[in-house]
Write a protein that binds this ligand. Sequence first.
Ligand code: HEC
Length: 113
Amino acid sequence: MKLAKTVMSLTLGLALSASVYADGAAKFAQGGCTACHQPAVDTAGPSLKAISAAYKGNEAALISFLAGKGAPKLATGRFAGQFETLMKPQVANGSAKWTAAERIDVAKHIMKK
Ligand code: HEC
C-alpha cells in the first residue's frame, strides 16, 4: 500500500512537471509572443534560440527581464532601439502582469530552444 502510494505520487509528479513545460509554451502563445518570436529564426523579434543563447547559464536574469527588471541584452544590431517601441510594451502589459510561476514556465520554455 505504501509502495503503491509512492508510485502514484511519483507518477503524478512526473505528469505535473511535464505539464509545467507545456504551460510555458501555451502561455507564450496565449500572451501573443509567438507573433514576433519564432523558435529558430529571427523575425520581428529575435528567435528563442538567440534569446536562450544570450541568457545561457543565467535563467534568473531572463525571469527578471520578463518581470520588467534589468536591461535588454538583445537590443543591438537589427534590433537596436526596438526594446522601447516593440518589446517593452509586451513586458509592461504582458509578462510583468503574469504570475511569478508563469514567468518561470515561459523562461524554461525559451531556455529549452
Ligand atoms: C511586436 C513584436 C514583439 C512581441 C509581440 C513580443 N516581442 Fe519580445 N522582442 C521583440 C523585439 C523587437 C525584441 C528585441 C529588442 C529587445 O531585446 O528588447 C524582443 C526581445 C525579447 C526578449 C529578449 C530580451 C533581451 O534581453 O534583449 C525576450 C525574453 C522577449 N522578447 C520575450 C517576449 C515575450 C515573453 C513576449 C510575449 C509576452 C514577447 N517577447 C512579445 C518583439 C516582440
